[in-house]
Write a protein that binds this ligand. Sequence first.
Ligand code: WAQ
Ligand code: MG
Length: 276
Amino acid sequence: MEQKLYNIKMRAARGGNHKKGGLHVSGAERIVNEEKIKETVDVLIERALNHSIAKADFLNISIEAIDNKEIKYIRSLPITTIKTDNFLQGRQDLIKLLVKLNLPLSTAHHLIELLVSAPPLRGAMLIDVHSLKRLENNLERGIRVTGMDWHEEINGQLSTLLDKHDLNNCHVKEAVALASKVANAPGIIAEICWSDDPHYTAGYLGSKKLGYVRFTHLKPKGLAKGGRIFCFDSRQASLEACFEWLENQIILINEVSPYLGMFPIEEYLKDCCIWK
Ligand code: WAQ
Ligand code: MG
């Protein structure tokens, strides 16, 4: 018999509730069976209370049963790493790949500028790639993607793959799950992200076309501001369908795609063009 699953969501802030102006410290979610609820909640609480941004003094945890019929299954994006020496080079490399995804060079520059200059948000910016306007309903929060996780059955396989490349950490696991969901959203052609964890300089470009392309540096060390931008093409889908997928659709990843390797950008552009 299929096991009943639960979506556990945690958000944590410092200086009180997010809604009362508290600083966002951590947010995470899991989809687990009943037996795993307690230990999962423990791990999430631990994380909020020991975060490198700040120690949370507000914690909100919700646990909600999922109707198995509502779950859609996808496979993860394949992972590639672009080796960069510093964040400025990383951003230049990122721009080259945004152009490969058919975005105009000026748009690619604009997106990076936007991520650099935006205030810290709990969610992501959703940008119309034609008008460059922000499309989220709540501009102070951004759009939060929820309802995704790795299927319990493939956790072992995922850890083995990530271990081999020294990538078996929460940042990577959660980012690949989120990016795989986002890349499959109606109308989304690309996502860019870097972490808000001050010690974590890596970031990524996610897309159906190129997969999950990580850059070893996209942000200077010590900076506690990260962010995400989802690029939406209104000619490909309705905004409602996109919101529905990102905010409500429950997604489990039940197939692990391969790790494709680590390359300097020149080599990647020359030899590893999945888009050829
Ligand atoms: N939905 C939308 N936006 C989110 C969400 C979400 N569920 N979670 C976080 N964000 C936004 C928010 O603005 C955060 O400040 C920002 O993204 C960064 O979140 O391959 O750790 O959880 O080595 O800090 C990427 C590289 C790590 C991993 C990303 O993001 C790798 C990371 P963080
Ligand atoms: Mg973070």
